[in-house]
Design a binder for this molecule. Structure first.
Ligand code: OGA
Ligand code: MN
Length: 299
């Protein structure tokens, strides 16, 4: 029997009583889908998924992304499974060591955008018994609800441009980064895209602020001055402490988060010799907007 235990103020629930390495029952899949709409960040503790099982579970909720920066950071033979790791073997990094280390929403620069990140903790760094490398989340539905009425009216119907390269360029400025500037081919594969600033969640029906500081470069159809002014307001608003939920990792956690109404940040508070090793699948927001998903959530 699957149990769902809320673990945060608004975001965050722990789900037990389901083995993600096996096919999901329809009832469990429906319960998990509803839980994304209600808690956004779901932790499934004590799991152990090989790359095939990892993909099969993630694939239940939409099609899987092959990251533009993939190549040698994916599991051999599994281009949909990315390795996030600071482990270096024979002088070579075995994964992307600095993924997500600032506030962002996964794949908002894509069409379709991402629904879920399914991240499995293989190795978690600890110091003095305390887990390091936590992941923080912000509730963008609560942030939307709290906006002054005048701003809600102003952003209704507006779109913003999201650019993969914005986050990448910010990371390139960090000392010691292993990233290299994107090649023209990589940039061409991810041209900037526009999305509405207000996103209605397909499962909960709630509105969320979809305007992540990590990727949004400007608001469309207004002057640069107006765009800069409004973005400064929205960025400051979305980053408030009161929207935050912090996940402290345990090895064996599969943490799945709904990107449609959250932002997140990977906290880089561990040293190169303190190893953190994760495997990730990104689920696109295609199936979740289908009538089938709606029917399942209502079942
Ligand atoms: C990601 C990401 C956060 C983390 O995989 O997109 O932001 O804590 N990861 O590893
Ligand atoms: Mn991310």
């Amino acid at each position: 029997m699957l149990t769902i235990t809320p673990i945060g103020r608004t975001l965050g629930a722990r789900i037990e009583g389901v083995d993600l390495s096996r096919p999901l029952s329809r009832a469990d899949k429906a319960a998990i889908l509803r839980a994304f709409g209600r808690y956004a960040v779901l932790c499934f503790p004590k799991q152990s998924l090989d790359p095939v099982q990892h993909k099969a579970f993630a694939r239940e909720f939409g099609s899987l992304e092959v990251n533009v920066a993939a190549g040698h950071y994916t599991v051999p033979g599994h281009p949909e499974v990315m390795v996030l790791s600071n482990i270096v073997e024979n002088g070579k990094p075995i994964g992307l060591a600095d993924a997500g280390q600032d506030w962002h929403t996964d794949m908002s620069y894509s069409e379709p955008v991402a629904f879920l990140n399914v991240l499995q903790a293989i190795k978690v760094p600890f110091r003095d018994g305390v887990p390091l490398g936590c992941t923080e989340f912000l509730d963008m539905a609560a942030a939307y609800d709290d906006l002054p009425a005048a701003i809600k009216m102003r952003i209704e119907g507006m779109t913003a441009t999201h650019d993969f390269n914005k986050f990448w360029e910010e990371m390139l400025k960090r000392p010691g980064t292993q990233r290299k500037p994107l090649t023209p081919e990589q940039r061409a594969a991810k041209p900037p895209v526009s999305h509405p600033i207000v996103l209605t969640h397909p499962i909960s029906g709630r509105k969320a602020l979809y305007c992540t500081v990590g990727y949004v470069t400007h608001i469309d159809g207004v002057s640069k001055a107006e765009s800069d002014e409004l973005l400064a307001v929205l960025f400051a608003h979305q980053l408030q402490e009161k929207y935050k939920y912090k996940h402290l990792w345990s090895e064996g956690d599969v943490l799945c988060w709904d990107n449609l109404w959250t932002m997140h940040n990977a906290v880089a508070d561990y040293r190169p010799d303190e190893h953190r090793h994760m495997r990730r699948c990104q689920v696109m927001a295609d199936w979740v907007f289908s009538p089938e998903a709606k029917a399942l959530a209502a079942a």
